[in-house]
Design a protein around this ligand. Structure first.
Ligand SMILES: [Zn+2]
Ligand SMILES: [Zn+2]
Length: 247
């Protein structure tokens, strides 16, 4: 089963990827399922710059795409950024919309550092702990299907840091995810930015497995057509089963 559940197209302000060629490429490469997951970023500083995307227009666009490409399953998804910080607003916005898939992700630390962008220097230990506490809050309180790009702040790092000081928080995140049936995304964006692993790295995934985690999702997080399918083969077979199709 070949799938990708994290793709940004026309309704993501930072994407140059068009849905039509993406779907054609996915069919050519024998994908069974793809999920288009546009950004829903609702923090005041984001709304001020990018505005609110029309979810109705987005839904219509995906419906049209689904009916013109019956040979592949196209899921209607959304990536809600920093959901726990805008919880009621976000929940009300998406409540009546039949999304197939909701990704939750952390893009900002408590000190307002945007950790999805390249950082001038690595995060401090306190910032790393804050990052994982934000994820714990997100996983505990928000209705999401997938926790996206855990460890995203490392995607421009040159090497894998020792972060064992944060393992207790990461273990808490995983036990909440398991209890709430939230899948762990393996995100490929770090590999195309020069980081030597997908995220989270195998030693962090090992913690998830030790806690009893079994549900995986794969996301290229592509914003360009060239990034779709890139490095997908680097994911070990045992993590390749989609959580939507595992028991
Ligand atoms: Zn993201
Ligand atoms: Zn994304």
């Amino acid at each position: 089963m070949k799938y990708d559940y994290h793709l940004h197209t026309e309704d993501s302000y930072d994407s140059s990827l068009k849905a039509e060629p993406l779907v054609r490429k996915a069919i050519e490469l024998n994908y069974d399922e793809i999920a288009i997951t546009e950004h829903l970023d609702l923090l005041p500083q984001e709304l001020r710059i990018f505005g609110l995307p029309s979810l109705m227009r987005y839904q219509k666009r995906i419906k049209a795409l689904q009916s013109s490409h019956p040979s592949i399953k196209i899921l209607f998804g959304i990536e809600i950024g920093d959901y726990h910080q805008v919880q009621d607003f976000a929940q009300n916005l998406v409540a009546e919309i039949p999304f197939d898939l909701i990704l939750g992700s952390v893009h900002f630390l408590g000190d307002h550092t945007n950790i999805a962008l390249p950082l001038p220097k690595p995060l401090t230990a306190n910032q790393v702990k804050d990052y994982y506490l934000q994820n714990l809050n997100l996983a505990t309180n928000c209705n999401i299907d997938v926790l996206a790009h855990l460890g995203v702040y490392k995607r421009h790092y040159p090497s894998i840091p020792d972060e064992s000081f944060a393992y207790p928080i990461i273990k808490d995140i995983f036990s909440v995810m398991i209890e709430r049936n939230i899948a762990l995304e393996i995100n490929l964006s770090s590999l195309r930015n020069g980081y030597p692993s997908f995220l989270p790295e195998p030693h962090i995934i090992e913690l998830y497995l030790q806690q009893g985690g079994t549900k995986f999702s794969i996301g290229s997080d592509a914003h360009y057509l060239e990034h779709f399918d890139l490095y997908r083969d680097s994911i070990p077979m045992q993590y390749q089963t989609s959580f939507r199709h595992s028991n």
